[in-house]
Design a protein around this ligand. Structure first.
Ligand SMILES: Nc1ncnc2c1ncn2[C@@H]1O[C@H](COP(=O)(O)OP(=O)(O)OP(=O)(O)O)[C@@H](O)[C@H]1O
Ligand SMILES: [Mg+2]
Length: 472
């Protein structure tokens, strides 16, 4: 069984990564210079210099591959940029180093045990860089001839391909014909066909054909007709995560499960075999381990079992750098009656380096608002920028950022280019912030449903006791 383990890389190469758009889409990095000093306003980041610098130092260590099995905690009040900094780190890491982001509550909502969900997240954050030799066919297409059967159901054909030294004819089946037509391959194109996966990629048009057509797009790329043999061996390097290797080799799932995200539980024996296999590949020089980063947002939502699991997992040799974020002060550790700083048990806190984030100054808030306006393509008058800034100071930064697009809607209705103070005022009356909502609730006392339960520490403790009782 162990010998059958594959990295399944030919299938994986096609999976494209999705870019997130939303609250943090303006963040393009940490905004540090080469000496890791934070620039005042760069890559979408403003202020929070110390935390950004700390994040940069950690990244440097990750990139050098020296740090594994360490943990960092970003602690600070809500909307002080903890998530934003973590995303900035992800952007800086680059394509090859895996960065996994989960919210702690996800661990409970998946159809698998908590520890399995954490294990999967951890293994997703460890990359394996694999060197593979593949056979390719490379040359200039001389002719493609396709014969359709009468019903049109089956297709056969012939592909004539050449290099400067030789010319060969290949028989084509339906799958190859589809792949070629998907890439719109024509005679005169220089192409590469991966023999194992059948993937076709177009390098460009051959120089010899540059005078054939008058009407050719300006972006047509011309390349030389390749030399030498048509069939070649080529070394390719790609990175997959340990989790992807797990899923591909778990017999019930197969790689399609990666698209569905529905991977189910993976047997520990399989993981062990994979670890052994990867260790073998490392010794043979075929593979290299790239420890990445696992970011657990809202980490106080994990419970005591998850924390003790993390404690142990951090000591494992194949462990990523774990970054956590929490906006809690002294609070109850989920699953216990114990209160602890940031809602994390002290033994875990002892192992982490803590980076604190602090509330923003008015000037910094103004800059963040400006950045968001550029991102959302909204123009504020200078007055309304000042008003929105003071709104942010009296409510919250998040509320102010949310108002930007609402106010724009209102200004558009009166066909204005810029958002005026009046637009902001109206948005402010349409949407309440937390403080006003609490005030409103007080005024409405008694007329809403289910109001009786008072939130107090005793209730919280009772809640925990009840949960424990239900679990046993
Ligand atoms: N230094 C910064 N530069 C630019 N934008 C920022 C900065 N800090 C925060 N923001 C933006 O402000 C908003 C709130 O920040 P963020 O979500 O990172 O807060 P948080 O610390 O994670 O809060 P919570 O504890 O509530 O999760 C986001 O849209 C974020 O992109
Ligand atoms: Mg956050």
């Amino acid at each position: 069984m162990a010998t059958q383990i594959t990295a399944g890389t030919s299938e994986l190469r096609d999976i494209t990564k999705m870019e997130r758009i939303g609250a943090h889409s303006h963040v393009r990095g940490l905004g540090l210079d080469d000496r890791l000093e934070p620039r005042e306003n760069s890559q979408g980041m403003v202020g929070q210099g110390k935390a950004r610098k700390a994040a940069g130092m950690i990244l440097r260590m990750v990139q050098e591959g020296r740090i594994a099995g360490r943990a960092i905690l970003f602690a600070g009040p809500p909307s002080t940029g903890k998530t934003a900094i973590a995303l900035g780190m992800a952007q800086t890491l680059g394509q090859d180093v895996p960065f996994t982001m989960i919210a702690a509550s996800e661990v409970f909502s998946l159809s698998m045990s908590k520890t399995e969900a954490l294990t999967q997240a951890i293994r997703r954050s460890i990359g394996v860089r694999i060197r593979e030799e593949t056979e390719i066919i490379e040359g200039e297409v001389v002719e493609i001839q396709i014969d359709r059967s009468l019903t049109g159901a089956t297709k056969t054909g012939k592909l004539t391909i050449k290099t400067t030294d030789m010319e060969t004819i290949y028989d084509l089946g339906t799958k190859m014909i589809d792949a070629l037509s998907k890439e719109k391959v024509l005679a005169g194109d220089v192409i590469i066909i991966d023999k194992t996966s059948g993937k076709v990629s177009k390098l460009g048009r051959s120089f010899t054909r540059s005078r054939d057509y008058d009407a050719m797009g300006a972006d047509t790329k011309f390349v030389q007709c390749p030399e030498g043999e048509i069939q070649k061996r080529k070394e390719v390097v790609h990175t997959v995560s340990l989790h992807e290797i797990d899923v591909i080799n778990s017999r019930t799932q197969g790689f399609l499960a990666l698209f569905a995200g529905d991977t189910g539980e993976i047997k520990p024996e399989l993981r062990e075999q994979i670890n052994t296999k990867v260790a073998e590949w490392r010794e043979e020089g075929k593979a290299e381990i790239i420890p990445g980063v696992l970011f657990i947002d809202e980490v106080h939502m994990l419970d005591i079992e998850c924390f003790s699991f993390l404690n142990r997992a951090l000591e494992n040799e194949l462990s990523p750098l774990v970054i956590m974020a929490s906006n809690r002060g002294m609070s109850r550790i989920r699953g216990t009656n114990v209160r602890s700083p940031h809602g994390l048990p002290v033994d875990l806190l002892d192992r982490v380096l803590i980076v604190s984030t602090r509330p923003y100054s008015e000037e910094e808030i103004q800059q963040i608002i400006q950045i968001r306006c550029e991102e959302e393509d909204v123009t504020l008058t200078s007055d309304s920028l000042n008003v929105l800034t003071s709104m942010a100071s009296s409510t919250t930064l998040r509320y102010a950022l949310n108002l930007i697009s609402c106010a724009q809607m209102i200004s558009r209705k009166r066909k204005a280019e810029q958002v005026s103070v009046e637009d902001l005022r109206r948005a402010y009356t349409y949407f309440m912030d937390e403080k006003r909502s609490v005030q409103w609730l007080k005024e409405q006392q008694g007329s809403l449903v289910f109001e009786e339960i008072s939130v107090s520490t005793t209730a919280e403790n009772g809640d925990a006791a009840m949960k424990d009782a239900m679990e046993t």
